[in-house]
Write a new protein. Structure first.
Length: 162
């Protein structure tokens, strides 16, 4: 199994979270790839491209509840080039600031809504980090991801012959 962390960020915080996960969770999933969403589109999820991949959307929220600029092309392609993504299994880390209550963590929530609308299967709940809480998203995100990966691994059918 391969974990592909797709990072949407404006200030690099989501990238730091993804890198912390890559380092902290290597004992659970040795093949972890961190990809900034720059230049990506819906073809990132093609079955032929990644047959055994689990995706983790790790994104901040920007402006009035928008996805970050580097994530816009991927996000918009989910709507402009729709295709069935029933083979895609994913999780979401949504970074936000609760002081912006009406748009709190919308970057991740918007990706989740679009992916589910195309038939993708989210594993577990969205994990949301509140920047106003004064905690480190890298530390908390890596701890959450260890628990999430245990859930992923327990729900993944074994490909080994008995």
């Amino acid at each position: 199994m391969k974990l592909k962390i797709l990072v949407g960020t404006m200030t690099s915080t989501a990238d730091y979270v993804a890198q912390a996960i890559q380092m902290d969770c290597a004992d659970l999933v040795p093949d972890i790839e961190v990809l900034l969403m720059d230049g990506l589109d819906i073809s990132t999820f093609d079955r032929v491209v990644e047959q055994d991949a689990i995706y983790l959307i790790c994104t901040s929220t920007y402006g009035q509840g928008d996805v970050p600029d580097n994530a816009r092309a991927l996000y918009e392609s989910l709507d402009s080039e729709p295709k069935f993504l029933g083979h895609v299994r994913y999780g979401v880390i949504a970074l936000g600031d609760r002081t912006y209550q009406q748009t709190f963590a919308f970057g991740g929530k918007k990706f989740d809504e679009r992916l589910q609308g195309l038939g993708a299967q989210r594993i577990g709940d969205i994990w949301i980090h509140d920047a106003s809480a004064g905690t480190l998203p890298e530390t908390e995100g890596a701890a959450w991801c260890r628990e999430w990966l245990a859930l992923v691994l327990s729900s993944t059918p074994s490909t080994e012959a008995a």
